[in-house]
Design a protein around this ligand. Structure first.
Ligand SMILES: [Zn+2]
Length: 235
């Protein structure tokens, strides 16, 4: 392989390396971050629902205790009314008291039923949201795996490129390599390949003289327009 062919190859490898160094596509990382944020929000939401459920349960407990007290009072008063120890006037008072207690008990029981519905609704909402969270977590895991795999592949590719570049650098003559490095400060692609008599760097025509020079001499030939090193591939 001629030095120019090796430099052409080096240029290609270095371009690939630059692309890798510029950093991976930020898309997947952005997507992962977004997904993680959504998962955290869903987790917070589930915690809130759990707290709300817990509060409703505590309220139910308080109501149940109060209802039990009322029932006990009612049955005590009923016993007293019917045990024959009271005067008619007293019975009337107790009956009024009993009615009040029963009204309060009715209200409490209504409230208990409402709370039951509230708890049922919260439970349903929790289950729906939990299911959604689970599928979000599953999706995140898949995305993350793909991301890690891509990262690993890029690393392997970068290592391969570095190894091949290392070998080329050992093989290319000092002068062409120096010229290449010098031109590299001006051009990202210091080697111009000749295709249909034009330089691939500047796309301008190369005179016949230069092509003849390339065909029959080993010297470095530069493009007369842009100054890139010319690589002529007769194949
Ligand atoms: Zn040129």
């Amino acid at each position: 392989m001629s030095d120019l062919r090796k430099l052409w190859r080096l240029q290609m490898l270095e371009e690939q390396q630059e692309k890798i160094d510029k950093g991976a596509d930020p898309g997947p990382v952005q997507q992962l971050k977004e997904s993680k944020k959504q998962i955290e929000a869903a987790q917070n939401n589930l915690r809130e629902l759990k707290d709300r459920y817990q509060r409703a349960r505590e309220q139910t407990g308080t109501l149940e205790r109060r209802a039990q007290e009322l029932r006990d009072s009612c049955s005590m008063i009923s016993t007293k009314i019917y045990d024959g120890s009271l005067q008619t006037k007293e019975i009337k008072n107790y009956q009024q008291k009993l009615q009040k207690l029963q009204e309060e008990l009715n209200l409490l029981e209504d409230r208990e039923l409402e709370l039951m519905q509230v708890k049922e609704d919260i439970k349903q909402e929790w289950e729906d949201k939990k299911q959604r969270l689970d599928s979000m977590a599953e999706e995140f895991k898949e995305l993350h795996n793909v991301y890690l795999q891509d990262k690993e592949e890029t690393k392997t590719r970068a290592q391969g490129l570095a190894r091949e570049i290392e070998v080329l650098l050992q093989e290319i003559g000092e002068d062409p390599l120096n010229k290449y490095r010098q031109l590299k400060t001006r051009y990202r692609n210091p080697v111009g390949r000749i295709t249909r008599d034009t330089c691939s760097g500047c796309h301008l025509g190369i005179p016949f003289e230069k092509i003849k020079q390339l065909k029959y001499q080993d010297d470095i030939v530069l493009c007369n327009h842009c100054g890139r090193m010319l690589f002529w591939d007769p194949q």
